[in-house]
Design a protein around this ligand. Structure first.
Ligand SMILES: *Cc1c(COP(=O)(O)O)cnc(C)c1O
Length: 353
């Protein structure tokens, strides 16, 4: 490593993106490794983006004013409670930068979203990783017990990527009450749209200014390639995130895509309902093969295969399905096209012996 690079970077794991789709027998090829939306852009989005592209010589609106107004309207919050960035990962980086420094501790569950340890270490803060409980759920009691005077932030991923279970409103409210302002609680709701009964997060933020919600347009809204996410927070915190954000971090076509996507809510909800139906069918069909599969409230399912994971990923890949393996823990399958789900069940059936 170059002598000019900060020593912390040596310990930093690299973010590993989902691999592209392999080509299986007969040209079968599906990418089920990044929790992307299998649907094409929502109605009106391509046109809005094309119009924005025609003005690519101009900078986008740095304040994201139209995007903030449309989102605030939809959510019923004040515009100054929102801060946008390049995906909710980008917003998380900014939020951590705005709140944490060397010596601070950031508590989160493990396994969870792999961007967390990287984002935390980049600021010089220390990740405190609390093992998930049985069934891939957050062990909230253990996370509470991990709080020390150095704890600055607790990251809660619900539904948890990559395992799937979500935390209910009452459980979340009790957790926030128990944290009692000792640390900032950041609720990563990247998959919120797929949850049957999501928590009333905005109501909780009103009572607890130390709660932040992270949201993204990458998953349910199908804009992963455009990189837009945001947080909902107390105005003072949202303002701090806007201050740390990279100038013009949300491109003009991405801003146009968000506004057009928000205007297509009926179609969005229809598509989300289809994905939820496919997910529930996938869960029960996978369980019917005899595999152990935890609950999922997201657009993916988790197979906790332990040391059989690497071999299983290879089996899926050879069939034309790119799934996402996580060491010796398990593998994650995104709910994709109906044919891809059928094939996933078929391949999973061969793993049982
Ligand atoms: C996908 C995902 C995000 C959002 O990613 P962006 O594309 O950066 O908005 C955030 N958190 C989790 C847990 C995710 O899986």
């Amino acid at each position: 490593m170059s002598q000019f690079v900060r020593p912390e970077l040596a310990e930093l794991p690299a973010y590993v993106p989902g691999k592209p789709a392999p080509v299986g027998p007969g040209g079968v090829s599906y990418k089920l490794s990044s929790n992307e939306n299998p649907f094409p852009p929502l109605p009106g989005v391509l046109e809005a983006v094309a119009a924005a592209c025609a003005r690519m010589n101009r900078y986008p609106d740095m304040a994201n004013a139209a995007v903030i107004e449309a989102t605030a309207d939809r959510l019923g919050v004040a515009g100054d409670q929102l801060a946008f960035g390049s995906g909710s990962s980008g917003v998380l980086y900014h939020l951590i930068q705005a709140t944490c420094t060397a010596g601070d501790e950031v508590v989160f569950a493990w396994r969870s979203f792999e961007a967390y340890p990287i984002a935390v270490r980049l600021t010089g803060a220390t990740p405190i990783m609390v093992p998930l409980g049985p069934g891939g759920v957050h062990d909230l009691d253990a996370m509470l017990a991990a709080i020390t005077p150095a704890t600055k932030m607790i990251l809660v991923c619900s539904p948890n990527n990559p395992t799937g279970p979500a935390i209910g409103h009452d459980e979340l409210a009790a957790f926030i009450a128990a944290v009692d302002g000792r640390a900032l609680v950041v609720l990563d709701e990247a998959y919120r749209e797929f949850v049957a009964t999501p928590p009333r997060t905005i109501e909780l933020i009103k009572d607890h200014p130390g709660l932040v919600s992270l949201r993204t347009f990458s998953k349910a809204y199908g804009l992963a390639g455009f990189r837009v996410g945001y947080c909902i927070a107390d105005p003072a915190l949202a303002g701090a995130v806007r201050k740390t954000a990279i100038p013009f971090g949300v491109s003009a076509p991405a801003q146009a895509a968000v506004i057009a996507s928000l205007a297509a809510e009926r179609e969005l909800l229809d598509r989300v309902a289809v994905i939820i139906e496919r997910r529930d069918a996938l869960l029960s069909r996978l369980r019917a093969t005899g595999l152990e599969v935890p609950d999922s409230q997201a657009n993916f399912v988790w197979l906790p295969l332990g040391d059989r994971t690497t071999a299983a990923v290879k089996t899926f890949t050879e069939a034309g399905l790119m799934v996402r393996g996580y060491g010796d823990d398990g593998l994650r399958i995104t709910v994709g096209e109906p044919e891809a789900c059928d094939l996933a069940v078929e391949v999973a059936g061969t793993l049982v012996n």
